[in-house]
Design a binder for this molecule. Structure first.
Ligand SMILES: Nc1ncnc2c1ncn2[C@@H]1O[C@H](COP(=O)(O)OP(=O)(O)OP(=O)(O)O)[C@@H](O)[C@H]1O
Length: 431
């Protein structure tokens, strides 16, 4: 009896503490946000501060809505995001105990004490991540859990994709899908080693898997062709170019194809390939585009593809680790509506890719990026291993004739001439 009374009291106390915490009464972030804003100088000239309007617990985050004083912009708040992030992460320790944890305890059993001890040590430092948004009101979203730092692609995820969608990454609100049907061309920026090639490989693999008979690729890898080499023998891949000369040749044939399609559309009075019922889409991926940015022949064609390609079923993905006005022509940028930006060293570079600062403040986590469609969303891009790529594209690898002694796989597609060549059966690129 005494035990039951005591255990009820313990449960009551723990539940109470947990409940209070969930209500946010364990700490007042409304007051904290106002205080941090004032300390960061985010006060109107007449001294007016942001005024609290609403606070809503949305499960994984708490949303604080404020009225913005006249004369201040939401961008000023976004620029000081790290001040809010730091200020709200006052290293409080909270009990991470839910009602479900308490219900799981067998209160009549013999190991109640050890269960309680386990629960009590289940303390963790609460890390809050903050987002600022403005839609007439200033909204702070204070997340209870940080965004995942690793997210590996799971093939079952492909089933959730429609049409020409590919996975972009996991946001705090769930999976973000990038749709090449709605957004024809994309720009990807980011410092070396943070995941540009990984996302390009993921998108190529996804498209081969989902649209094996409708997708064709021109892959330009100016880092030596290594990251795209495993796709070389996929039947959907027309070219893998690995230097400026090969890039020009590849771009010229893309342009010729585009011109032909445009002529066909014009002659038949169609507005675009969709209206003409043409199902094929042609993707040109350029990794380390800065390396051809001063080659006017290449750049002129890329601009042409970016400007006219959408209607002709051409899709462009332009990736660089050096985003500057010199490496990304303004016409390319204007036509690349989709933007994905991994961490960059300066706010200026961030502005080149996503038209606003922020990428320089991303955590140094491989795969962490900002995806911009209309608004910017922080995401963790999915990781795809080479093993997974090889498994998925395996059925699409063609076995081709190869000249004796020829180690240049790119010649293979030209086929064999009787008497001079022998058929060499090889499974390529599967490691
Ligand atoms: N989404 C991700 N999640 C976890 N790790 C990742 C992710 N993307 C890439 N990585 C890891 O980061 C490293 C660099 O990735 P990747 O080659 O894609 O970067 P990059 O930006 O293309 O670099 P570089 O410009 O030097 O080629 C790889 O070792 C890869 O395993």
């Amino acid at each position: 009896m005494l035990f039951e009374v005591l255990s009820s009291a313990v449960v009551g106390g723990l539940v109470g503490a947990s409940y209070l915490h969930q209500l946010g009464l364990g700490g007042n972030d409304t007051r904290n946000i106002i205080r941090i804003a004032a300390n960061a100088g985010l006060v109107a000239k007449d001294g007016t501060q942001i005024r609290p309007f609403r606070r809503t617990n949305k499960g994984s985050y708490v949303e604080y809505v404020f009225q913005l004083p006249q004369g201040l912009s939401s961008q000023q708040f976004r620029d000081k995001l790290d001040r809010f992030q730091d200020g709200l992460n006052a290293k409080r320790r909270v009990l991470d105990i839910s009602l479900a944890d308490l219900r799981a305890i067998n209160w009549r059993g013999r190991d109640v004490v050890s269960h309680l001890r386990e629960l009590a040590t289940k303390k963790k430092t609460e890390h809050k991540e903050v987002e600022v948004e403005f839609d007439g009101m200033l909204k702070f979203r204070v997340y209870k859990e940080p965004l995942t730092e690793f997210f590996e692609i799971d093939e079952s995820l492909f089933a959730s994709l429609k049409g020409w969608q590919v996975p972009a990454g996991m946001s705090r609100q769930g999976l973000i899908r990038h749709d090449f049907d709605k957004i024809a061309h994309s720009l990807i920026g980011g410092s070396t080693d943070f995941g540009k090639s990984n996302i390009l490989k993921l998108w190529i693999t996804t498209l081969i898997h989902r649209k094996p008979n409708e997708v064709k690729f021109t892959l330009i890898d100016l880092k030596g062709g290594l990251s795209f080499s495993r796709f070389r023998k996929a039947k959907q891949v027309e070219t893998v170019a690995k230097n400026a000369e090969e890039a020009l040749e590849a771009l010229q044939s893309v342009q010729q194809r585009m011109n032909k399609t445009m002529d066909y559309l014009e002659a038949n009075g169609f507005e675009d390939v969709k209206e003409a019922g043409i199902k094929e889409r042609y993707f040109t991926f350029i990794d380390e585009a800065a390396d051809i940015a001063d080659d006017s022949n290449c750049v002129d064609i890329i601009i042409d593809i970016a400007r006219r390609g959408r209607a002709a079923g051409e899709r462009l993905v332009y990736a660089t680790q050096y985003p500057t006005a010199e490496t990304i022509d303004s016409q390319i940028k204007r036509n690349c509506i989709g933007r994905l930006c991994f961490v960059l060293d300066t706010g200026i570079a961030s502005k080149v890719v996503i038209d606003q600062e922020g990428a320089e403040k991303l955590p140094l986590v491989q795969g962490r990026a900002i995806y911009k469609k209309v608004k910017c969303t922080e995401i963790q891009t999915p990781y795809i291993s080479n093993k997974t790529i090889d498994r998925i594209i395996g059925p699409h690898i063609t076995i081709k004739a190869r000249k004796e002694g020829d180690t240049n796989a790119s010649n293979d597609s030209k086929g064999a001439t009787p008497g001079k060549h022998s058929l060499v059966v090889e499974e390529i690129g599967i490691s």
